[in-house]
Design a protein. Structure first.
Length: 133
């Protein structure tokens, strides 16, 4: 690993972990069917597969997310989005409609921030549940 100064656009993350759900991603895709909606645009640490309604993660604030047998994450707050989600990256073209839609429909919030309460390993397919703080 090598640390280097950020190029043109600075990044800001308000917490160590960022979480989005598959149903929130699906909502975006439904609203913008011809857009390339890809989780990489939002830089989440975790994408949680759920059949809960879109943006269910916004109601998780103040709760603890249990992942597998050991990992516990305290969900802190909703994640306010910025222009970063619209910029091109790797094989994704610029998509300014994403932020416009989120601003108009969701107060520019998408996903939640969390902090690690109990560390451990996570694996694809680990069970995820909510527990009181």
């Amino acid at each position: 690993m090598r640390l280097t100064r950020e190029a043109e656009v600075s990044h800001f993350d308000a917490a160590p972990v960022h979480i989005v759900t598959t149903t929130s991603m699906a909502w975006l895709q439904e609203c913008l069917p011809d857009a390339d909606v890809d989780a990489r645009r939002f830089r989440p640490n975790l994408v949680i597969a759920t059949d809960a309604p879109a943006f269910a993660e916004h109601a998780w604030t103040g709760r603890t997310l249990a992942i597998g047998n050991t990992v516990r994450l305290a969900v802190l707050e909703r994640c306010e989005r910025c222009v970063m989600v619209t910029l091109p990256q790797d094989d994704l073209a610029a998509e300014p409609r994403l932020l416009r839609l989120l601003g108009e429909e969701r107060d520019a919030e998408f996903g939640v921030y969390a902090r690690v309460v109990a560390p451990g390993e996570t694996r694809r397919g680990d069970p995820v549940s909510l527990v009181p703080l």
